[in-house]
Design a protein around this ligand. Sequence first.
Ligand code: NAD
Length: 357
Amino acid sequence: MPNIAAERLHRLASTIVRAAGSNEDEAKAVADHLVVANLTGHDSHGVGMLPDYVKNSRIKVLVPNQTLKVVRDVGAVLVLDAGRGYGQTMARDAMKLGAERARQLGCAVVGLRNSSHVGRIGFWAEQCAAEGLMSLHFVNVADHDPLQAPFGCSSARLGTNPFCIGIPGADGKPMLLLDMATSAIAFGKARVARNKGLPVPVGVLIDADGTPTTDPTTYVDTRKGALLSFGLHKGSGLAIFCEILGGAMIGGQTIAPHHERLDGIVNSMFSLIVDPAVFGDLDTMRQEVQAVIDWIKASPPAPGFEAVLMPGEPESHARAQRSRDGIPIDPKSLGDIIAAGVSVGLTEAELRQIVEG
Ligand code: NAD
């Protein structure tokens, strides 16, 4: 299957999201986000999410065209409730409010509760970086069965709870952007592997009995089994703090079993947004950041590595390459997306026309 140009995927996504009930602004915001995830190499969080979004809006665990409610506004702290709205508009608007507050006070702490899937968290650090702001995000995932087994567990107890931190450069892009699931791989990466008929790496997945496996099929199809936390007890600890800060502390829904799970995706996100200018001269800070980057990258690569990369670099490289060459979408994922579009009243012919021209 030939690669698909980003513009075509964008039209495909916005057409389906609009047909599923979103207004123009929301359909565009969702498409922008999903296509940037594909461009940056994160197919797990790209247009392949559309079948879930359509299913979730059909069963009303995702609510189109929501607006944020301010639950608390105290000094630097804003607590916002998204009412299960699309994460792409809810987090966008939450980060806008947080950025305004960080400009006024030097920093802002935003608790975004009860949002539907906020997608690739790096997108939100990029939005903050475009305003010259550093941001740090702890996110939990609720409303569906847990997917990640913390250190020492033989069964899933947490979502894939992502963590992200970005620091802005002079050009409004992050100089460094660490954005990751706290499970050894994101769930969507297991889904992509399953759709391509590929194994997942050794040491990332256990089956329903707690036995290590590399076959993602049963896990993806039935959610039986679990992804392991990255980095043994240390990654597991970070995953737990994503649950505590992203969920429990800001009043979001946690994965604890007393919360009814409706089989949607609810993300709650704790974001710390800081104007780095409050610490002093920005040029000096950027020179120091660059000096650290240069120092690390000057190391000869270890055996088996072509180059030493910084957090965010694989995504920048993928973005340049995929903007030029298009985005590979495997036939099963494309078929699932088209079926989702058909389920909201579009025809297969018009959707294939968007993709194939
Ligand atoms: P990943 O493992 O591909 O990358 C994690 C980080 O490591 C990135 O910052 C990347 O730049 C860096 N990196 C990758 N290879 C590198 C190398 N060779 N050298 C140096 N740095 C390198 O990412 P992931 O854990 O699979 O997460 C994928 C996406 O899934 C993220 O965007 C995350 O936000 C998203 N996610 C979202 C949710 C949600 O519920 N919304 C849940 C889990 C994950």
